[in-house]
Design a protein around this ligand. Structure first.
Ligand SMILES: Cc1cc2nc3c(=O)[nH]c(=O)nc-3n(C[C@H](O)[C@H](O)[C@H](O)COP(=O)(O)OP(=O)(O)OC[C@H]3O[C@@H](n4cnc5c(N)ncnc54)[C@H](O)[C@@H]3O)c2cc1C
Length: 371
């Protein structure tokens, strides 16, 4: 019988090699726990967050990953300039509002690769790309065994769903979701650029544009448009993107050359959910909450969650203790997430109104750190 058709015992099975699953695998592997990560894609995904703010950076630093990110080309920045209808609104200075004093910008895939690279040195961590979960066996509230598409069957003390989407594990936990929808869509492209400051533009007509360097020679451009105009701007191109942007974007770098057909839609749904676990099945990261991307904080909070969960999984000696520790230390993360989701919701509902936006903008939640 080959290795991949027998039943194996591990400590933790993790679904999804995104940032939350990868970091959890690393933290558990470093405690000597046996971990299998199951990822259906053939390689690390490219869609996700570019901004690493102080809360997340502190975790990466603690685990020796900050220098790795810098070596992979992470750009260190200290300010984000906000504008409304072409006039300056505020300039957020991380040196002024956060203890760390800066943020990093790096493509999501590079951050995940940095974490997976660190896992590669751990003999107890097995990362399987191109592999899916096909079934789970349960006894009461406990998951006892999982079958994978490569024929392997895994028994584990805990099963973590960090897939960001529906899996049999989430069905088992049956968390209630409070979905939040928005009256605008977000579209994204990448252009050649050497800009240095992050520039965020809002318009009273519910448009927004966010331009920032993501590598030394390229910038990300996010454009938010009222939902009723999305098709006309990006699919039919009957409304001219450049003309619209020129009415409120004052930094002309790259705007004239933008090609509406090169934009891809980015998800802007936000939600809170709960509970985060049942028995030994646990949800993590994008499976537990989603915040409006305007906060730039989803990944940083998720990395904190992974550290809390890694400590609980490392400490729990049996199923009862796991359930108790998850209740005491992990479930309270829901309140922390709810506050961030509410903050993102406020930003998203008020960005078109100059005074209302200034009223909801919170320097601590935005930088995500304490002085
Ligand atoms: C447009 C946009 C911009 C954002 N910008 C920022 C930002 O600047 N800063 C920030 O901090 N946060 C940002 N976020 C939020 C951030 O991307 C998420 O918080 C973060 O990606 C969550 O990580 P995750 O690992 O839980 O989920 P994901 O990153 O979604 O990873 C999930 C992984 O699970 C895999 N998977 C999918 N289905 C299955 C399955 N059935 N079984 C197993 N695996 C599966 C996926 O292929 C993927 O690899 C942004 C989000 C969006 C949508």
């Amino acid at each position: 019988m080959s290795d991949r058709t027998r039943t194996s015992d591990v400590d933790v099975v993790i679904l999804g090699a995104g940032i939350s699953g990868s970091l959890l695998a690393l933290l558990l592997g470093r405690q000597g726990l046996r971990v299998t990560v199951v990822e259906p894609k053939p390689a690390v995904g490219t869609k996700g967050a570019d901004f690493l703010k102080p809360r997340g950076l502190r975790i990466l630093a603690e685990h020796g990953l900050l220098d790795v990110l810098r070596a992979r080309g992470a750009l260190q920045r200290a300010t984000i300039d906000f504008h409304h209808d072409g006039a300056p609104l505020l300039s957020y200075d991380f040196a002024e509002h956060t203890g760390l004093g800066y943020y990093l910008v790096i493509p999501y895939a590079e951050t995940v690769r940095a974490v997976l690279g660190a896992c590669a040195g751990l003999s107890t961590v097995d990362i399987r790309f191109d592999t899916s979960l096909v079934d789970v066996h349960t006894e009461g509230s406990m998951v006892t065994e999982a079958g994978l598409s490569d024929g392997t069957r895994l028994r584990a003390r805990a099963f973590v769903d960090s897939s960001g989407s529906g899996t049999p594990l989430r069905d088992l936990i049956e968390p209630e979701r409070r979905m939040i929808s928005y009256d605008h869509g977000l579209w994204m492209t990448t252009i050649p650029s050497t800009r240095t400051r992050g520039q965020l533009y809002f318009s009273s007509e519910r448009w927004l544009a966010y331009l920032y360097s993501v590598t030394a020679g390229s910038a990300r451009v996010f454009v938010g448009v009222p939902s009723e105009l999305e098709e006309a701007v990006f699919l039919r191109q009957s409304v001219d993107l450049t003309t619209k942007l020129s009415s409120f974007v004052t930094d002309e770098d790259g705007i004239a050359a933008l090609d509406a057909s090169a934009f891809e839609r980015a998800p802007v749904s936000a939600f809170t959910s709960g509970p985060y676990h049942r028995g030994n099945a646990v949800l993590l990261g994008g499976s537990t909450f989603g915040c409006h991307p305007m906060t730039g904080q989803g990944m940083s909070y998720t990395m904190e969650d992974a550290t809390v969960l890694a400590a609980v999984l490392g400490e729990a000696r049996d199923a009862d203790e796991l359930d108790r520790l998850l209740g005491q230390r992990y479930e309270p993360r829901r309140a922390v997430h709810a506050r961030l989701v509410e903050y993102g919701d406020n930003l998203a509902r008020h960005y078109h109104d100059r005074d209302a936006y200034l009223g909801v903008h919170d320097v601590v939640l935005h930088g995500g750190d304490v002085l």
